[in-house]
Design a protein around this ligand. Structure first.
Ligand code: SAH
Length: 248
């Protein structure tokens, strides 16, 4: 079974409306809709904003549903100067940028015994890129696609200094508030995951206003990718759960 998670209503609504709903539950404060989309069994959840909410939701879903993969879909702030609102970023890697044990000589984002980077499932990253190719043809108004590192922290970034630091310290393409928490929790449980983000803003001084104006339109780009990706991911054996020894 596949889980699709977003932080806000706008990020999951299009999918929740398009699926045939079998059940609705609230578990650990998280609204979960289960059912099917294009013949694929799935659960869709709105985790709320931030890494704590994302972690609780992810572990709850893993504990209550027979998941074999998870997709996070939502919006983020782009970190490179040439990025455009609406562009899509698929996270090959995620980092919790606000973990700070630099006092002990560690790098920003680094946890003891864990390193600082969690890798998305390579097969799901590849499928997300294939799904993009199937949906968008580079026409005017089509988003660009970028694959790379996405960083997460419990902060809405809207200043150029932080933006530049995140880009240079972590080689990051985008910043948001949930993806690395989802990735970390999936990794500990041996669940393949990928994080997909549409750019609602470019994390600069107008980010909050841009975010509000662009949220719905950008979520539509993410949904178009998901529509294609969900059936592809459900059929791909390489993107199925491969519980690691000792995990889960
Ligand atoms: N609308 C909310 C706040 C949204 S926070 C309120 O009423 O308070 C922003 C959300 O979008 C988070 O879920 C985060 O993951 C993502 N996001 C988009 N742009 C971001 C940015 N520049 N910095 C951090 N998170 C961002």
């Amino acid at each position: 079974m596949l889980a699709v998670v977003g932080a806000m209503e706008e990020e999951i609504d299009l999918l929740a409306q398009a699926m045939s709903v079998a059940e609705r539950h609230v578990r650990a404060g998280v609204e979960v809709v289960s059912g099917a989309f294009r013949g694929v069994d799935l659960v869709v959840a709105r985790c709320g904003i931030g890494k704590v909410n994302a972690t609780i939701c992810t572990q709850m879903l893993i504990d209550h549903y027979p998941l074999d993969k998870m997709i996070f879909s939502g919006v983020a702030g782009g970190l490179l100067p040439n990025m455009r609102v609406g562009d899509l970023v698929v996270a090959s890697h995620v980092i919790q940028y606000d973990v700070d044990l630099t006092a002990f000589g560690r790098r920003h984002g680094e946890l003891p015994d864990k390193g600082r980077t969690v890798e998305s499932c390579p097969a799901l990253v590849q499928l997300a890129a294939d799904a993009y190719d199937a949906v968008f043809d580079g026409g005017a108004g089509d988003p660009n696609l970028m694959l790379g590192t996405v960083v997460s922290g419990d902060r809405f970034v809207q200043d150029p200094d932080t933006l530049r630091w995140l880009q240079r310290e972590f080689s990051a393409l985008a910043t948001e508030m949930e993806g690395a928490a989802v990735g970390y929790t999936c990794d500990l449980n041996g669940i393949p995951f990928v994080v997909i983000r549409g750019l609602s803003d470019t994390a600069g001084s107008e980010a909050a206003a841009d975010f509000s104006v662009n949220l719905s339109a950008v979520c539509r780009n993410c949904f178009r990718l998901l529509e294609q990706l969900i059936p592809m991911a459900s059929q791909d054996p390489a993107a199925a759960k491969t519980r690691m020894a000792g995990a889960g």
